[in-house]
Design a protein around this ligand. Structure first.
Ligand code: S3P
Length: 744
């Protein structure tokens, strides 16, 4: 194993000795959850003299194993120290820790404001120590003290990490994994950004709630008011029951961000005051309606990003037998909505993938004024608005987990006459967007990303001002190619995209199907703005990326015999078949035909012992989404399988090299990650609990591993299977795997 791999491999428990400074509601809940999840072998608490009784209680009820009033003893040999004291005390705690600061431990905190935490570190150390990773769990309760601590305070809650430039990436990764282990969804941002966001979403509402109750409470007729105070008052002022000391500290620490917001809010109240004074009920209605819709939008977003987590429990063994048709191709489903919307006339789509990713694209076009009926049983009717017919969306376009939606839309929207903002979930917001925004800006596009080159994307439409470019892609990416072709439809002159290796060509094929001129010469595709799209009917074949789970499952499980019907076998997508055949799989391609410009076939797969191979690099882009499940095939093969040239896998919905290697190792497989691939020595697959990190293809791949496992496999964080294959659980169980999904 090289140094790179060793550094990233995580072993459980993560920490030998976890030291919590301040064992109250938050500190106690961290301890309880860390114990439950097996994240630390020993958990110790530290407090000062006045905390003695609380610490004794914490030990008595088993929240901590031991406690110390002496900091030296508390932190001795600890490999993780969490400061869980109120924000005002952070500087004195850091000063207390300074003489015992260990370079091999990881330090973090839970303060609700982060600018002051960094300032405290600067004051004590002269710089923020590299192994101090400031963090803030957005969770709490009105009660305080260790008796109020619970196991699941952080489950499905957000946690924000605010590193500085010098923060050690390994320390940051450990803190991130720790909080993910407690069930939190982790975001990373600067301390300044954190403080301004939290000022608006948390601190200002608390100030308001305290202010309202203070005002009403001091009124003479207070008893009369409170007597009739029903749901509205109770809901609105719930947070005024929070700890006044803590909130005094928070407001003082973050006043720079809170003060301008209070001023803005006063302005808003003045506006409403004037509307009422002037009997301007129309304006009042407009204001209230906007707020009503905006709140619903936020709630929807919260619901989708923090939706219930799902765990798959897979019983070992089984075989796959029978006949099935897996759902429609995701890439083609996205493109059918995009091009159907831009076409003149009505496009009918059948076989459309009714999964979250494709539905995100569908919703985005509805938000831009396109009338789309369905989907009903995979049928969608799109009333095209023509190339210039899209309308400005009223809100930002939320694209969930879907990289294809975001990257393709960025090209399409760059040349519109309106502005737009593209957002996505946590995974999508961490994925690289410069690969599209850089070439688009060469074309004259105006798209702002975060400093890290990630979403949200703020697009200022440049109608009539884009110019075609001749672009050779540094990476083989169909998303980048398609993005530039869509932008090229609105650019002056020719847009020519050359790919370093063949990538999926559904955009080019579908454009031709819609009668839009595209020229293909060798590895280059050229498009201009001269053309229009004519509506057509599209029959989307089954997704070979979804079929791949069954191709591998039937290949590795003795006794399997499976027929997969109507699968798209576009040669830019069939790398999985080529690789499995090289490994010795028995896959027959039957009944080949062309449907709507795309080759389709039935795939017959029968169990066959596999052998390890060196995967030819030229097949990587042709099987880019299938490697998670191909790693499972390699784990079941005799001998060694080596993959290289696939660094792209590190920036998919998760870091698919690391996450698969971690999971396979947990299952006892000799899988060593490399920078751009993996080396797997086939052998036995055991059981255990693996984490899919919200990556749909990883969740499904480990499910398939169950067919050859020696013991049950539990797969965490599987809800995102809905992004590409909601029927997976039902289909795979109907064909012979025992899998249950548990919602939490
Ligand atoms: C896709 C292209 C691929 C693939 C993704 C879908 C598409 O991404 O991984 O799931 O529909 O164009 P890259 O083009 O970035 O490799």
């Amino acid at each position: 194993m090289n140094g790179f791999c060793r550094r990233w491999a995580t072993r459980w428990p993560m920490f030998n000795k976890l030291c919590i400074i301040g064992v109250g509601l938050i500190g106690g809940s961290i301890a309880r959850a860390a114990r439950l999840q097996g994240l630390a072998s020993t958990i110790v608490g530290f407090g000062r003299g006045q905390d003695l009784q609380n610490l004794q209680t914490a030990r008595q009820i088993g929240v901590i194993d031991e406690f110390h009033l002496d900091i030296a003893a508390a932190v001795q040999d600890a490999d993780c120290i969490i400061i869980a004291t109120p924000v005002a005390g952070i500087e004195s705690v850091l000063a207390l820790l300074k003489p015992f600061w260990s370079s091999v431990a990881v330090y973090t905190d839970v303060g609700s404001t982060k600018g002051n935490v960094l300032a405290a570190a600067l004051a004590v150390f002269g710089k923020v120590p590299d192994n101090f990773v400031p963090a803030h769990p957005i969770a709490g309760a009105e009660q305080s003290g260790v008796l109020a601590a619970v196991d699941d305070l952080f489950a499905r809650r957000r946690l924000i990490i605010t590193p500085v430039d010098s923060t050690d990436t390994e320390a940051q990764r450990k803190v991130q994994r720790f909080w993910q282990g407690l069930g939190s969804s982790v975001s990373i941002m600067s301390a300044q950004h954190h403080d301004s966001v939290l000022a608006a979403t948390s601190h200002l509402p608390h100030v308001l709630a305290f202010a309202l109750v203070d005002m009403l409470g001091h009124k003479d007729e207070q008893s009369e008011i409170f007597k009739y105070a029903a749901g509205g008052f109770k809901d609105f002022t719930r947070i005024a029951s929070s700890d006044p000391t803590m909130w005094t500290d928070i407001c003082a620490a973050n006043k720079q961000a809170i003060l301008p917001l209070i001023k803005e809010l006063k302005g808003e109240l003045d506006k409403i005051h004037r509307m009422l004074e002037n009997d301007d009920s129309q304006q009042l209605f407009t204001t209230f309606s906007y707020a009503n819709r905006a709140r619903q939008r936020f709630l929807n977003q919260i619901e989708t990003t923090m939706s219930k987590s799902q765990t798959f429990q897979v019983q070992p063994g089984g075989k796959l037998q029978g006949e099935t048709r897996v759902p429609g191709d995701k890439s083609m489903s996205h493109r059918s909505i995009m091009l159907g919307s831009l076409a003149e006339g009505v496009t009918h789509v059948t076989g459309f993938l009714e999964a979250e990713d494709a539905l995100a694209t569908l919703q985005a076009f509805r938000d831009m004024g396109v009338d789309i009926e369905g989907p009903v049983n995979g049928c969608v009717t799109i009333h095209g608005v023509g190339k210039q017919g899209l309308k400005a969306p009223k809100n930002e376009l939320y694209l969930g987990n879907s990289g294809t939606s975001m990257r393709l839309l960025s090209g399409l929207l760059a040349g519109q006459s309106f502005n737009s903002v593209l957002t996505g979930d946590k995974s999508l917001s961490g994925r690289p967007m410069k690969r599209v925004t850089d070439p688009l800006s060469q074309m004259g596009a105006d798209i702002k990303t975060t400093e890290q080159g990630t979403a949200p994307l703020h697009i200022t439409g440049q109608a009539g001002r884009l110019t075609g470019i001749d672009y050779t892609m540094p990476i083989a990416s169909a998303q980048v190619k398609s993005c530039l072709l869509l932008a090229g439809m609105y650019a002056q002159g020719e847009t020519r995209v050359t790919e370093p290796a063949p990538t999926r060509d559904h955009t080019e094929r579908m454009l031709s199907g819609f009668c839009y001129p595209v020229k293909r010469e060798g590895s280059a595709v050229t498009i201009t703005a001269d053309g229009s799209l004519t509506a057509m009917d599209i029959d989307v074949p089954s997704d070979i990326s979804s079929a791949a789970f069954f191709l591998v499952g039937a290949s590795i499980a003795p006794g399997s015999d499976l027929l997969l019907k109507h699968v798209g076998i576009n040669p830019t997508r069939t790398g999985v078949i080529s690789i499995l055949r090289l490994m010795g799989a028995n896959i027959e391609v039957l009944n080949e035909r062309v449907v709507g410009g795309e080759p389709v076939a039935d795939l017959h797969v029968v169990y066959s012992p596999l052998k390890g191979i060196d995967i030819p690099e030229e097949l990587v882009p042709l099987a880019i989404d299938e490697f998670p499940v191909l790693f499972v095939a390699a784990a079941c093969a005799e001998g060694q399988t080596r993959l290289s040239g696939a660094e792209e896998l590190r920036v998919k919905e998760s870091d698919r090299i690391q996450v698969m290697a971690d999971g396979l190792q947990i299952l006892g497989v000799d899988a060593q990650p490399t920078i751009d691939g993996m080396v797997i020595n086939g052998g036995k697959i055991g059981g255990g609990t693996v984490n899919s990190h919200g990556d749909h293809r990883i969740a499904m791949s480990f499910s398939i591993a169950g067919l050859r496992a020696g013991a049950p496999i539990t797969i965490l964080d599987c809800a995102n299977v809905n992004t590409s294959f909601p029927e997976f659980k039902d289909l795979v169980t109907a064909l012979g795997l025992t899998l249950v999904a548990v919602e939490e």
